[in-house]
Design a protein around this ligand. Structure first.
Ligand SMILES: Nc1ncnc2c1ncn2[C@@H]1O[C@H](COP(=O)(O)OP(=O)(O)OP(=O)(O)O)[C@@H](O)[C@H]1O
Length: 269
């Protein structure tokens, strides 16, 4: 097994002339869960797209499960993607398929397993996310938290080496959120996989991850274990951890007063 399941070595990427990631180096070992945090537009999703091979580095080297993703052709990328599991915030279930058929989908598409084995695997994956007796339900009959767990069962159907999560906690109530957090950790440990979580949810992610990278303007500006992050005096890190709106990370563009939105002159006292 490679010592790192995901390795960025001085990776840069640009959309046209516009640099989006500059000189990013990071490494994720088997068994590790890593969070990537940063403001809007800092390049977090671009990191996931690079790992998934949807885009390729313009400079530097990126390996996934020991293989150089930057130089792969379509056929090799297709093979490599079998080793990835993805759970995206808006990665909805197929609404016209039952829970069972949703989880069976990647197994039917990407393996040659007989239907009897697929049946057992689907029930095993649903069991792994704490769902039993729901396989005949349709997605419309599930709560938001249950739907996210079914999506998670579908994402782990092929026992991925690397799991990618884009905002997995968004839109969940606190109990479902904690459940998903624990599942991400436990499934990673059970699979011996590496997990990458792009998230704004500082508290939940610090309680489950091994390491955090902070991204600003496409560069890694700070990194550390949750313990290091909690006591960090780094201005970026402090701003994130304390949820401060004022600091080096611009959360909001300067806005005109509401009165001007309404076409009114600002009122003076
Ligand atoms: N297909 C594209 N073409 C051109 N520019 C893009 C494209 N996709 C993203 N970008 C730009 O690249 C930068 C990084 O985008 P990315 O989606 O990685 O940010 P992010 O950190 O995930 O942001 P958010 O938290 O808002 O999702 C942004 O400035 C964005 O506008």
């Amino acid at each position: 097994m490679p010592s790192s399941l995901v390795q960025f070595e001085n990776v840069s990427f640009a959309y046209g002339e516009r640099p989006v990631l500059t000189d990013v180096s990071l490494s994720i070992k088997p068994g590790q869960v890593v969070a990537i945090m940063g403001g809007s537009g800092s390049g977090k999703t671009t990191i996931l797209k690079l790992i998934g091979g949807q885009i390729q580095p313009h400079q530097g080297k990126l390996t996934v499960a020991g293989e150089d993703v930057g130089s792969m052709n379509e056929a090799s990328l297709y093979k490599m993607r079998k080793k990835l599991g993805m759970l995206f915030q808006f990665g909805a279930l197929f609404t016209d398929l039952s829970v069972f058929d949703n989880v069976a989908f990647p197994l039917r598409e990407r393996s040659n397993l007989p239907e009897s084995m697929i049946h057992d695997l689907v029930l095993m994956k649903l069991n792994a996310v704490g769902l039993r007796g729901v396989s005949d339900l349709m997605p419309s009959e599930l709560s938001g938290g249950m739907a996210r767990r079914v999506a998670l069962a579908r994402a782990i159907a092929l026992d991925p080496a690397v799991m990618l999560y884009d905002e997995p906690f968004t839109g969940l109530d606190p109990i479902s959120l904690a459940t998903i957090g624990k599942l991400i950790r436990n499934l990673n440990d059970a699979l011996g996989a590496a997990s990458v979580i792009v998230t704004h949810d500082v508290e939940e992610s610090l309680s489950i991850v091994d390491y955090v990278y902070f991204l600003a303007d496409g560069k890694i500006v700070a990194e550390g274990t949750p313990e290091q992050v909690r006591v960090s005096t780094h201005p970026f890190v402090k701003q994130f951890i304390n949820g401060e709106t004022d600091g080096p990370v611009p959360f909001h563009k300067p806005a005109a007063p509401y009165s001007s939105d309404l076409g009114l002159e600002p009122r003076h006292a």
